[in-house]
Design a protein around this ligand. Structure first.
Ligand SMILES: CC(=O)N[C@H]1[C@@H](OP(=O)(O)OP(=O)(O)OC[C@H]2O[C@@H](n3ccc(=O)[nH]c3=O)[C@H](O)[C@@H]2O)O[C@H](CO)[C@@H](O)[C@@H]1O
Ligand SMILES: C=C(OP(=O)(O)O)C(=O)O
Length: 461
C-alpha cells in the first residue's frame, strides 16, 4: 500500500459509517428468479478485524490472509493506521501486512476517531494499554439490535488493573501500574468480552482464568492467532479458558477462517428463491447446526472440499422451531436471512431469539410485502425448549406460505439488510432496497455476487 492509501485508511477511521465497494446506496430488484451459480466467501467479518487488532500486540509484522473487502475491515485498518501501524497490502488483495513497530512514536493523546459502523474499537483497550499505558476508545457502532452494553468488557479491564473513565465521546483508559492477570467469570458467554479478555491477558503479568467464555469458531481462530504469536492459552472443558501471560509476542501469519454468517445468508437466499448456489470457501464443521435446520426446512446441501452447494430440491418448504443460542447452538446472525425463506414454508415456524432483545424489527417491512410474521416482544413460553429462557428474549411466529410483493424498504441493520435483498429476490414485482451501505459492513462485493447468481436488478454502479 502506498503512503497516501494509508492516509485514506486514517480518513475512514475519522468518519462514521464508511461504505465499501458501493457507488450507489440503492438497488431495484426484479424478483421471482431463482439464484443459480457459484460465489466465494472469504474471511469472517467477525474474526478478521479482531485479528488485525491482535497485530498491535506483536513486536514484528503480522500477515493476515483471506481478508474480505468490507467496511468493518476498513474502519479497523483506519484506527490501526491512526495509531501508527504501517499497513500494506500483499499481491493477493486478501493479504494485509500489519507492522506495529511505530505505534509508540505515532502516539498522540488527542486521537480523533469514530468507530463508524464497527464494534471492534472496544477491543483496542488491552493492546493499547500494554503498548502505551493509555487508550481512548470512541463510541461504538454495530447493528442496532439491542442496547449492546459493554459492562462485561469494562468490568474485566478493571480486574486487569485498568482505570476506566466513560466520557461523552467514548472511553478513556489508563494502566498506572501495568496490567496483571485476573480471575473473571462472564455473566453470559459474550463473544466480545471473551475477545477483550484474550487480547488483554496474553501480555498481562501472571495468569488469567476466564469462566463462562464464548467458544465460537471465530474465538478459537483468534486463539490460534495468539498462540502463533507466542501466547499460552488453554481451552479447558466447560467454557473455561486459561491464559498464562508472557513477556513478549511476535507477529503472526494466518489465513482467516471463512465467514459462516455470509455462507448461511447465501444458503437462505438459495432456499427462498428455489435456487441452487455453490458457496466456495464454506466448511461443514462451523455450520453443522445451520445445516441441520436447512435440511429440516426442506433444503438440500452437498459438502465439497472447496465449499458447500445449497439448493431447493422442489416441493414445499416445511416450518421449523428455532432457538438462537451461543455456539454450538443456532447462531443469532443466521436467523434474519432464514426468516425470509420461512415465509415460503407451508405452516407455522417459530424463532426464539435468545441472544438479543431487539432483533426482529426488520420483520415489519417483510409484513408490508405480504409476509405474516408476528413478533412477541416478551418471548414465548415453550416447554419443549432446550435453550434456557432469557429475560429480554423475543420470539417471532412466521405463518406461510405467503406471496411477497415488491415494495420500497430501507436497510435497518446488517443481517436484516441482507434479508431484504432476499425478500426482493423472492417477491413478485420490483423491490427498491435503500441504505445499502450497512450491508457492505459484512458482505463483500454482494452486488457482483448477485449478478454472478443471475439476479435481475438495476444498480447504478
Ligand atoms: C463483531 C462481532 O463479532 N459481532 C458478533 C458478536 O457481537 P458481540 O460480541 O457484541 O456480542 P456478545 O456475544 O457480546 O453479546 C451477546 C449478549 O451479551 C450481552 N452483553 C455483551 C457484552 C456486555 O458487556 N454486556 C452484555 O450484556 C449482549 O447485550 C447480548 O445480549 O457476537 C454476537 C453473538 O454471537 C454476534 O451476533 C455478532 O455478530
Ligand atoms: C450483529 C452483527 O454484527 P455486529 O456485532 O458487528 O453489529 C452481525 O454480524 O450480525
Amino acid at each position: 500500500m502506498t503512503e497516501n492509501e494509508s492516509e485514506g485508511l486514517k480518513l475512514d477511521a475519522q468518519k462514521a459509517g464508511a461504505r465499501v465497494g458501493l457507488t450507489s446506496d440503492e438497488i431495484i430488484i426484479n424478483g421471482g428468479h431463482p439464484l443459480k451459480g457459484r460465489i466465494e466467501v472469504r474471511g469472517a467479518k467477525n474474526l478478521a478485524p479482531k485479528a488485525m487488532v491482535a497485530a498491535l500486540l506483536g513486536k514484528t509484522t503480522s500477515v493476515l490472509r483471506n481478508v474480505p473487502n468490507v467496511s468493518d475491515i476498513r474502519v479497523v485498518a483506519g484506527l490501526l493506521a491512526l495509531h501508527g501501524v504501517q499497513i500494506t497490502r500483499g499481491t493477493d488483495p486478501g493479504e494485509w501486512r500489519l507492522d506495529p513497530s511505530n505505534v509508540e512514536q505515532a502516539h498522540h493523546a488527542d486521537i480523533d476517531a469514530h468507530a463508524g459502523s464497527s464494534r471492534i474499537p472496544i477491543l483496542f483497550c488491552g493492546p493499547l494499554l500494554h503498548r502505551l499505558g493509555e487508550a481512548f476508545i470512541p463510541d461504538l457502532g454495530g447493528c442496532r439490535i439491542g442496547d449492546r452494553p459493554i459492562d462485561f468488557h469494562l468490568e474485566a479491564l478493571r480486574k486487569f488493573g485498568a482505570v476506566v473513565e466513560k466520557l461523552p465521546s467514548g472511553i478513556s483508559l489508563t494502566a498506572p501500574n501495568g496490567l496483571h492477570g485476573a480471575n473473571i467469570e462472564l455473566p453470559y458467554p459474550s463473544v466480545g468480552a471473551t475477545e477483550q479478555v484474550l487480547l488483554t491477558s496474553v501480555l498481562a503479568k501472571g495468569q488469567t482464568e476466564l469462566r463462562n467464555a464464548a467458544i465460537e469458531p471465530e474465538i478459537i481462530d483468534l486463539i490460534c492467532i495468539l498462540q502463533k504469536m507466542g501466547a499460552i492459552i488453554t481451552v479447558e472443558p466447560n467454557r473455561v479458558i486459561f491464559i498464562e501471560g508472557v513477556e513478549e509476542l511476535r507477529g503472526y501469519d494466518h489465513r482467516a477462517l471463512f465467514d459462516r454468517n455470509e455462507a448461511a445468508s447465501w444458503a437462505s437466499a438459495a432456499l427462498a428463491t428455489r435456487g441452487d448456489v455453490f458457496v466456495g470457501g464454506a466448511q461443514q464443521e462451523e455450520m453443522m447446526t445451520f445445516l441441520n435446520v436447512f435440511r429440516k426446512v426442506g433444503g438440500d446441501f452437498e459438502v465439497h472440499d472447496d465449499g458447500i452447494r445449497f439448493w431447493h430440491p422442489g416441493g414445499d418448504l416445511k416450518p421449523v422451531t428455532i432457538e438462537t443460542d451461543v455456539h454450538p447452538g443456532f447462531m443469532t446472525d443466521w436467523q434474519q436471512p432464514l426468516v425470509v425463506a420461512l415465509t415460503q414454508a407451508v405452516g407455522e415456524s417459530t424463532i426464539h431469539e435468545t441472544v438479543y432483545e431487539n432483533r426482529f424489527g426488520f420483520t415489519d417491512a417483510l409484513n408490508q410485502m405480504g409476509a405474516n410474521i408476528h413478533v412477541y416482544k416478551d418471548g414465548l413460553q415453550d416447554d419443549a425448549r432446550r435453550v434456557k429462557r432469557r429475560e429480554f428474549e423475543q420470539a417471532a411466529v412466521i405463518s406461510g406460505s405467503t406471496a411477497l410483493t415488491g415494495a420500497e424498504i430501507k436497510v435497518p441493520d446488517l443481517r436484516g439488510g441482507f434479508s431484504y435483498l432476499i425478500a426482493g429476490l423472492t417477491a413478485e414485482g420490483q423491490t427498491k432496497v435503500t441504505n445499502l451501505g450497512i450491508i457492505s459492513r459484512g458482505y463483500e462485493n454482494f452486488i457482483e455476487k448477485l449478478r454472478q447468481l443471475g439476479a435481475d436488478f438495476v444498480y447504478e454502479g
